[in-house]
Design a binder for this molecule. Sequence first.
Ligand code: NAI
Ligand code: MG
Length: 351
Amino acid sequence: MTHHRIALIPGDGIGAEVLPPARQVLDAVGARRGIGFSYASYDWSCERYVREGAMMPEDGLDQLREKDAILLGAVGSPHVPDHVSLWGLLIPIRRGFRQYVNLRPIRVFEGVDSPVRTATADGVDLVVVRENVEGEYSEIGGRLNRGHPEELAVQEAVFTRAGVTRVLDYAFALAARRGRRLTSATKSNGIVHTLPFWDELVAERAAAHPLVVWDQEHIDALAAKFVLDPARFDVVVASNLFGDILSDLASAVAGSIGIAPAANLNPERTYPSMFEPVHGSAPDIAGRGIANPLGAIGAAAMMLDHLGHPEAAQDVTDAIAAVLAKTDVRTPDLGGSATTTAFTEKILQLL
Ligand code: NAI
Ligand code: MG
């Protein structure tokens, strides 16, 4: 029996409500497919920050290093500034473990009403490949003259040849395995240094992947097309900020941010990769037991795939598709009245 060591970081708010369902699904599919999991849980969160002054301990990354994968709920609390929670946990893990690909698949499932009339089941099936360790989310910059009229803030976007090339190669290779179409998100008309460089590298890498048909769109027009004609996209590659925004937009087009999964991948497997739902800690519904667990469960499926169990991953995605297509059990964000627990029970049954 194959065995995997999984780090669980439930985090804050609904993060802690959607992770147990993901674990139940992993155990169920593992039992059937002969895959064993052992879990180590970490209470790293805003609660810990308030209690101990840090989101995670000093040697946090060392505690995770030997694990095969990390499953994360969400972090964020109204009592802690968002940049503190993000930069104290998520971003150090993504960067420390060179998880430079953030993969966000988006599908419109049968049985889910998209707010977009033209977005129908199986028409929309795309993946946003987001650059995950550089770009607009950089620590380079600073504040000057705090509190004075001439106060200023400067933040540098960082695009490196190595960093852009490796994420583009990942995206082109993924497109070659999928629908052989790739769209690059840019804004090289307005952002005059970094994004023309991005465009040049896209053209360069495209030449190395001749089977893939590709184009590029400015991010503003692309945002409009995600709403007007989401079915035309297959793989969309974007910088850190553009990919972040596009993937929330795409998951809203798919019906709810609660169903979208994400993977932070270290493709070389030198370090563990991290799997999480796209959504945050949702303080507005936390504690009510009504969070949609599908994003977290979908993230567990992506983890199975990454760990070398594509059949088990398919079992889980099939169960997600089945619960939506064949039953009317669903959480309130999808128009139902089921609790997280009841929804999870139904998925476990279908599995
Ligand atoms: P959010 O994703 O937590 O919530 C946005 C809206 O979607 C809310 O109305 C929420 O109720 C709803 N929603 C989200 N997930 C849902 C689910 N599974 N089921 C049902 N409804 C769901 O984003 P928001 O409100 O911008 O951020 C809240 C906190 O989460 C902030 O502190 C933010 O920094 C943090 N955050 C953390 C992320 C992470 O840990 N990866 C990602 C995004 C935000
Ligand atoms: Mg986001």
